[in-house]
Ligand binder design. Structure first.
Ligand code: PLP
Length: 396
């Protein structure tokens, strides 16, 4: 008997939409309210406290807090001195900000294709793109799985390039026992509400290089060498702007929120891994659904849970399955349209179809299922039931 799909007036698996990601706040509110009653709403003591706690968590010497993950990437490009004429290799399969940061500095992003199993940056494709103008590689820990950093470090070392980890998906993960946040010269994070921990908006860069950290602290504060609190402590009004910077500061109340969230991070990463394990077991039984590969010796932080829908086994394309799952109350999403296919990049840099065929083919098949720590076991089972129902209805 054919399945009655919600799309055609049948009963949906859920009455309310299960989002693909969601923040979780409880005692955090009190921590924020306390700072709201203090003398410092911004550029106060909570910034340094949060930076220390974040650096200690990942095991890096320095953490620099900024106003978003995008600002973190921009600061990283600035710190490395990326400018006009410089090329930076970036993955095609990522959020646009991973490449935009190069353009902010006047540099040129060169798009490298993905590994077909993991959809992580393919090191062989990276090496093939390197020219005499290449200055850095930005690796993205897509969905929360750390990239193959040993191989990427070896390539960067051979060619004298800086390695940046856009780890916005991977806070709490590790590679060969080493924490994400220590795997590259500069490691960037986002504190957006769908990420592992949130500060409303926010970003962090971790590094073991104090000189790079200093440069980024100046950059986030208009290019000025001292901040308001330091001047107050020194009883001085004098400051100088030594370079063109931005206001990329994170407020004290956001840092209080980030600090409180950080305490819960280890258990939240475990919960994400448990949910992913349940999905893996269920979807391994559905031939039309293909799981992404996971490297040996990584601890995957599962910001996203992405599967591929096999077009040869399904009547409907990804858009059809997407609509059907949404109609069942499952807030699926798609991450990502490869960056080189966005109109901005096509127009500005002449990129287009055929540049990164693995990422382009994957884009037609990928779908992101809900995953966030507060998801109940019943929510997880709803997502699985909806996937089974929809795939069965569209099976060839
Ligand atoms: C891989 C990646 N890099 C960078 C960013 C930018 O972070 P933010 O939204 O905090 O600016 C995101 C955000 O979604 C991301 O997924």
């Amino acid at each position: 008997m054919p399945v009655t799909l919600a799309l055609h007036g049948g009963t949906p698996v859920r009455q309310t939409m299960l989002p693909y990601g969601r923040h979780w706040l409880d005692d955090d509110v009190a921590a924020v309210v306390e700072v709201l009653g203090s003398d410092w709403l911004t550029t106060g003591p909570k910034v340094a406290e949060f930076e220390r706690a974040f650096a200690d968590f990942v095991g890096a010497r320095e953490a620099v807090a900024v106003s978003s993950g995008t600002a973190a990437l921009h600061a990283a490009m600035y710190a490395l001195g990326i400018g006009p004429g410089d090329e930076v290799i970036v993955p095609a399969m990522t959020f646009a900000a991973s490449a935009n940061c190069v353009v902010f500095q006047g540099g040129t992003p060169l798009f490298a294709d993905a590994d077909p199993e993991t959809l992580l940056l393919d090191p062989a494709q990276v090496e093939a793109k390197i020219t005499s103008r290449t200055k850095a590689i930005i690796a993205v820990d897509y969905t929360g799985q750390p990239c193959d950093y040993d191989t990427l470090q070896a390539i960067a070392g051979r060619h004298g390039l800086a390695l940046v980890a856009d780890a916005c998906h991977a806070l709490g993960g590790s590679y060969k026992g080493q924490r994400v946040g220590t795997l590259a010269d500069l490691n960037t994070f986002s504190l957006h509400p769908v990420k592992h921990i949130t500060a409303g908006e926010g970003g962090v860069i971790t590094t073991d290089d104090p000189a790079l950290a200093r440069r980024m602290r100046v950059f986030r504060n208009h290019g000025i060498t001292s901040d308001h609190r330091q001047r107050e402590q020194q009883g001085s009004w004098f400051y100088e702007m030594v370079d063109l910077g931005y206001n990329y500061r994170l407020t004290d109340f956001q840092c209080a929120l980030g600090m409180n969230q950080l305490r819960k991070l280890p258990s939240w990463v475990v919960r994400r891994q448990v949910i992913a394990g349940r999905y893996d077991a269920a979807f391994a039984e559905i031939p039309a659904v293909e799981l992404l590969g996971v490297l040996a010796e990584v601890s995957h932080a599962y910001h996203l849970y992405v599967v591929r829908l096999k077009p040869d086994q399904l009547e409907g394309d990804r858009a059809t399955i997407f609509r059907a799952l949404r109609a069942e109350g499952i807030g699926v999403n798609v991450h990502y349209l490869p960056v080189h296919l966005h109109p901005f990049y096509r127009e500005r840099f002449g990129t287009g179809q055929g540049l990164c065929p693995v990422a382009e083919a994957a884009y037609e098949e990928i779908i992101s299922l809900p995953i966030f720590p507060r998801m109940s076991d019943a929510d997880v089972e709803d997502a699985i039931a909806a996937m089974r129902k929809v795939v069965e209805a569209y099976l060839r």
